[in-house]
Design a protein around this ligand. Structure first.
Ligand SMILES: CC(C)(COP(=O)(O)OP(=O)(O)OC[C@H]1O[C@@H](n2cnc3c(N)ncnc32)[C@H](O)[C@@H]1OP(=O)(O)O)[C@@H](O)C(=O)NCCC(=O)NCCS
Length: 188
């Protein structure tokens, strides 16, 4: 077990999950707008299982998909963080950065702000050489976050192995950022 990493950005706190997160997280995972680019919505049991899984990985490694709350009022708004995918991808092994925020909190810059904090932890604390991110080709909002983070898109797409063949969400873009690129951007 490692020391648990938790941190603040200007407006947000990225922290370990707690029981009070379960209800707002279940609402998010049952919302069609939030889950538009996922093959299915999550019911309460599946949502609780996902929050337990995120919590157990942070407990075990010290980092992961952190619960995100607004510092001003402690409202839980979703997750942002780093993850080692448990399944094989065409570019495995890898550490990904990912995000899922409640719809009512989109359009405020929260995902990008939290993700910059997570990249800083990944590159400057965990000393990761590379971080990737991937999303369905049609998920423009998620791609926009990757581009705001100055991640670089691979020329070709890939088929996500967890999305059924024939599903329109199967084709994904892959973005990458190296530690060297991160350090260059942040010092510039
Ligand atoms: C992907 C997702 C996290 C993006 O959230 P987002 O709020 O669009 O992204 P950001 O946090 O970068 O916010 C950027 C927007 O906030 C605006 N903004 C407002 N105030 C801001 C501020 N103080 N600072 C920065 N941006 C601000 C920007 O202008 C931009 O607006 P635009 O969308 O009209 O261009 C969100 O859509 C989501 O959770 N989707 C569902 C889950 C999902 O698809 N996850 C990805 C799976 S791979």
């Amino acid at each position: 077990m490692h020391t648990i990493i938790e941190f603040d950005t200007d407006r947000l706190r990225l922290r370990q999950w707690c029981m009070a997160d379960r209800e707002p997280f279940a609402l998010l995972n049952a919302n069609r707008k939030d889950m538009e680019y996922f093959p299915s919505l999550l019911d309460r049991a599946a949502s609780d299982a996902l929050s337990d899984y995120c919590q157990s990985l942070i407990q075990e490694k010290g980092w992961g998909f952190w619960a995100v709350e607004i510092r001003e009022n402690q409202e839980f708004i979703g997750f942002v963080g780093l993850n080692s995918p448990s399944y094989t991808l065409p570019f495995s092994p890898c550490i990904e950065i990912g995000w899922r925020l409640a719809y009512q909190h989109w359009g405020k810059g929260y995902a990008t702000e939290a993700a910059k904090g997570a990249l800083q932890v990944g590159f400057e604390k965990l000393d990761l050489p590379d971080i990737v991110s991937f999303t369905a080709v049609m998920n423009h909002r998620s791609r926009a976050v990757m581009e705001r983070l100055k991640m670089r898109k691979d020329a070709s797409t890939f088929e996500h192995p967890k999305v059924p063949v024939g599903n329109k969400l199967r084709e994904h873009y892959l973005y990458r950022l190296s530690q060297e690129q991160w350090l260059t951007h942040t010092k510039a």
